[in-house]
Design a protein around this ligand. Sequence first.
Ligand SMILES: *[C@@H]1O[C@H](CO)[C@@H](O)[C@H](O)[C@H]1NC(C)=O
Ligand SMILES: *[C@@H]1O[C@H](CO)[C@@H](O)[C@H](O)[C@H]1NC(C)=O
Ligand SMILES: *[C@@H]1O[C@H](CO)[C@@H](O)[C@H](O)[C@H]1NC(C)=O
Ligand SMILES: *[C@@H]1O[C@H](CO)[C@@H](O)[C@H](O)[C@H]1NC(C)=O
Ligand SMILES: *[C@@H]1O[C@H](CO)[C@@H](O)[C@H](O)[C@H]1NC(C)=O
Ligand SMILES: *[C@@H]1O[C@H](CO)[C@@H](O)[C@H](O)[C@H]1NC(C)=O
Ligand SMILES: *[C@@H]1O[C@H](CO)[C@@H](O)[C@H](O)[C@H]1NC(C)=O
Ligand SMILES: *[C@@H]1O[C@H](CO)[C@@H](O)[C@H](O)[C@H]1NC(C)=O
Length: 912
Amino acid sequence: MKKNFQETLYCLILLCMLVHLSAQKEAAALINWKNSLNSASIPSWTLSNTRNSPCKWTGINCNEVGSIVGINLSNSSLHGTLDRFDFSAFPNLTSLNLSSNTLVGNIPSGIGKATKLIRLDLSRNNFTNSIPREIGNLSNLLDLQLSNNFLNGPIPLTIQKLSKLTKLNLKENQLNGTLPPEIGDMESLEELDLSINKLQGTMPSSITRFKNISLIYLAFNNFSGSIPEDFSPSSLRNFCFGYNNFSGKLPQGICKGGNLIYFDANDNKLVGPIPESLRNCTRLRRVRLEKNILDGDITNVFGTYPSLEYIDLGDNKLSGVLSTNWGRCKELSNFRISANLISGNVPPELVKLPSLQNLDLSANNLTGKIPVELFSSSSILLRLNLSNNKLSGQVSVQIGNLARLQHLDLSANNLSGPIPKELGSCQALKSLKLSMNKLSGKIPQELGNLVALQSLLDLSQNTFTGEITPQLGKLTKLEVLNLSHNHISGKLSSTLNGLISLQFVDLSYNNLHGPVPNNMFWQASTVALAGNAGLCGEKTQGLSPCKGDTSSKIPKKIERWKLIVAIVIPLSVSVILLTFTGIFIFQRYSPVHPHGKDKDLGGKNSFFVWNYRKRIDFEDLITATENFSDKYCIGKGGQGSVYKAILPTGDVFAVKHFHLSEEMEVPEYQIKNFLSEIHALSEIRHRNIVKIYGYGYLEGSMFFIYEYVERGSLQKLLQDAEEATLLNWGMRLKIIRGLAQALSYLHHDCTPTIVHRDISANNILMDTEFEPKVSDFGMARLLREGESNWTATVGTYGYIAPELAFTMKVTEKCDVYSFGIVALEVLMGRHPHELLLHLQSEVSDVQLEDVLDKRLAPPTSPIVQDLVLAASLAMKCINENPTYRPTMHQVSMNCEQRQFNLSLYFPADYIA
Ligand SMILES: *[C@@H]1O[C@H](CO)[C@@H](O)[C@H](O)[C@H]1NC(C)=O
Ligand SMILES: *[C@@H]1O[C@H](CO)[C@@H](O)[C@H](O)[C@H]1NC(C)=O
Ligand SMILES: *[C@@H]1O[C@H](CO)[C@@H](O)[C@H](O)[C@H]1NC(C)=O
Ligand SMILES: *[C@@H]1O[C@H](CO)[C@@H](O)[C@H](O)[C@H]1NC(C)=O
Ligand SMILES: *[C@@H]1O[C@H](CO)[C@@H](O)[C@H](O)[C@H]1NC(C)=O
Ligand SMILES: *[C@@H]1O[C@H](CO)[C@@H](O)[C@H](O)[C@H]1NC(C)=O
Ligand SMILES: *[C@@H]1O[C@H](CO)[C@@H](O)[C@H](O)[C@H]1NC(C)=O
Ligand SMILES: *[C@@H]1O[C@H](CO)[C@@H](O)[C@H](O)[C@H]1NC(C)=O
């Protein structure tokens, strides 16, 4: 008994020692691999305490005897390779999850030794090269995830040996070649995702052996040939193989099991009819068959689908009529069957579906009237396209119910009668196309209420009469206006000058007459005016000269370019310029009351655009500044002079004036870009950005009317010994934060992104509360594009990012650099020239006191921490390598959250 006990004890100890030894071997293997990775990861893995079994380490799971069965280091910031991962050291390993790291290099062939593996997840890493054929040795695998890597080459043939595998995910790699022919040997497969690779060839017929398959994703590859005709697994739920080159017919029994939910076969070369089995396929939620060559009569092909949300059958050769069954698909939100051969009427049942948002029946052979059910007041329709059919009748007045509608296209039908004025109630409309119908009458002035209209207003090729309603001038966002091929009469008034976003205007083939207004609006847009016998103006536009008016000449394009280009040429010559002492008559824009009298005749190519709450008389600005007398000059810069103008109304403005020289030529599109950029800038409203209230052009000079900012430039403030002391540490931090917010706004919240290009202490203005306001942006743009020797003139010396010395690419990161300089300048009270030299010359050990303005008392806690944060952010921003600079969004977030906790010393690695 006692001996027995001793023996047992002895055995136990021996066993424990063995186990301990093997556990130590496993631990050593882990450490060996860990040491090959980036240093910071998995700090809990350490052999310092030998009794510290690996079982307690992060991400490690052991069995009851202390042998490792699971390693889960998903999303653990691992960076390195698997080269020193000894797969043979873990004989009991069943689960290895290293997903969502940045591991690089090969998946080693040694992986084949981890034969107990059941789950292997290496997805979302940066693995390259081929999948090793040894993967086929992992015969116990149930789940293999290698998606989102850079794996290339073919899928190894050995993979078909994994007969237990239920999930195989190889999505988003660079795999090429064909599928293993006996892929169907993986009979247990339930989920197969091969999408977004470069795979080619046909679907092996062995796929019909997938008995339990429920998900197959093959989209975005180069597969061709036909899907095996008898492929009809009853468990199939998601079958997506769009964006390939599949041909042949769709398998008729594809929804035999009635379980199909997502079915995407779009963008292939499929022919033949819609599969029969789809009729009873009641669980369908999404069907995409567009862009194939499918044909057949669909009248009775589709059933009722209570869950269907999205169906696209467009761009095929389907015929027949639209079934009333569609009216029972209550969840349907997108219905598209455009570009087919569908005939018959639009069924009222279809168009009154409660969830419908996008209805596109365009380019078919539909006849009859547009059912009024379409215009129900409960409609949530966003897009409606019935164009290119044979629909007739009038447009119902009820169309005004579609309050959410953004895109309406009824063009190329046989619609007649007037445009109902109720259309003006569809105030969400962004594009409206009614061209190529038989619509008649006057263009209702209510269309001027469609202030959201942006991409298009096309009423061309109808029989509209009357004059262009002045109300259209309210469409300030409109970019394209086409009224051509109608019977529109009257003069071209200055009304349309309100359409400040217009890029293309087509007024050709109407009955317009009189002179073409001679101003920038008409020159900045591409205007087609042909076929209006009564119009007169410049010969180069194909017009006959106006009688008795030799002076009103539109400048030739080339001259116009000169004008605009010159806007941005810095004023090297002194500001003699203001030669226009005579007439100050301007084309004014007033959104509500268009000018009755045409004051344009005297001014030569003048125009003004206001974005202020009330109209400003330019004459008042001239009076207020005594014709831009030096007395009122509050700043002279490389690009122009700024004047302070106090109007009789009490409003105060800063007027920036550029004189234009006549040397350079710039392509027309750049002029348009420039004008539209200015326009975008004038709409910006941000606390830390100077507002532009107007801009205009007169007599060879360009004017910008800004908000007046009381304290002048930041540079001036910092240079003034007395004022600088007003700026205590708290205010300086506020200035840096405000700047960061303004730039973050320009870079990340504006579409398109606005890059300032010339951030300097001189371009930042300070209001009475010491809020900084960024001014003068966009001005440097044309200069860069128009001039070869541009680097010298874009931006301000001392603030220009170093990469601009050798690259033409001005990016947001250039602004980030300039911001860093300005931020340091705010802290130091002077430009950080010497600091920059210091940083370049030696391994830097900048201390906080080196970057603080000596004129102020040294900061105390807690503001010291914030100053450290600000200084370290500024240092990151002036990294020589633009990619290491933070984004303005990051900077601004950091300023807000104060989440940096750095030592007072800046580590050398801030300077790459
Ligand atoms: C693997 O685990 C079993 C118990 O499940 C154990 O007997 C065996 O020793 C372990 N292998 C190693 C090398 O630790
Ligand atoms: C794997 O590790 C990740 C990150 O450490 C963790 O979120 C996840 O819960 C772990 N999974 C398992 C199954 O332990
Ligand atoms: C990875 O971890 C980060 C935080 O460390 C977390 O924000 C992120 O959501 C995680 N991602 C995944 C896929 O678990
Ligand atoms: C790996 O871990 C991630 C994060 O916990 C998890 O989402 C994923 O499903 C795991 N992989 C496997 C195959 O279990
Ligand atoms: C991993 O790939 C991503 C995406 O291409 C890339 O941004 C990242 O720099 C790569 N990381 C490594 C360590 O290779
Ligand atoms: C697959 O890609 C590899 C490397 O990316 C290339 O060498 C090989 O020729 C490609 N094979 C095919 C069949 O395209
Ligand atoms: C659809 O179901 C009905 C009854 O449920 C049945 O009569 C019909 O044959 C089925 N059609 C197809 C194509 O399976
Ligand atoms: C369109 O329908 C008309 C009859 O309404 C028919 O004559 C014509 O052939 C059809 N066109 C096409 C392309 O189907």
